[in-house]
Design a protein around this ligand. Sequence first.
Ligand code: FES
Length: 195
Amino acid sequence: MRFPCLRSSLRTLLIAPEAGAVESSQFVFFERETMAAITLKVNGGTHALDVDPATPLLYALSDNLALRGPKFGCGLGQCGACTVIIGGNAVRSCITTVKAVEGLEITTLEGLGTSAQPHPIQQAFIDEQAAQCGFCLSGVILTAKAFIDKNPSATPAQIHEAMSGVLCRCFVHVRMFAAIERYAEQVHHAKAATP
Ligand code: FES
């Protein structure tokens, strides 16, 4: 079966041309790949999905698992809105295939806290009122968490550098950095108190 679609067009930008791609004057067609059973470990649960192994993780999280924390911003790995945490690292799920992360522990915003019991970094953002439209927030929080959990003594300049690739169009950066520094302080003290 051959089909032109946005995902296929997008993949021409993200993924090297594959065997099976057929050029026409108007579209690039891809042969539909064989669906496969892919196991994703997300937020403590295990999910067997029947998907194309080259499916971007962001699509699988949203379309198959109804997790809408990670957002589609640019689709090109440039804005950070789709960031999730995998193995303690911030990863852009729009340019990561499900095959590449099969079996790894994936955390989305939904895997942190709840409204009743926010995770400390979420509470820090609440305390600093560090949100406006909220579209970038999932990516901001998960990028910050991955960085601060490894670098709780980071300086403001290092935090700015770590967050420089995550874009917020509302310009709430001042309050976001205050929230991240507040969270960093908590992680720092918690680690210092651990024997
Ligand atoms: Fe993934 Fe922009 S949507 S980096």
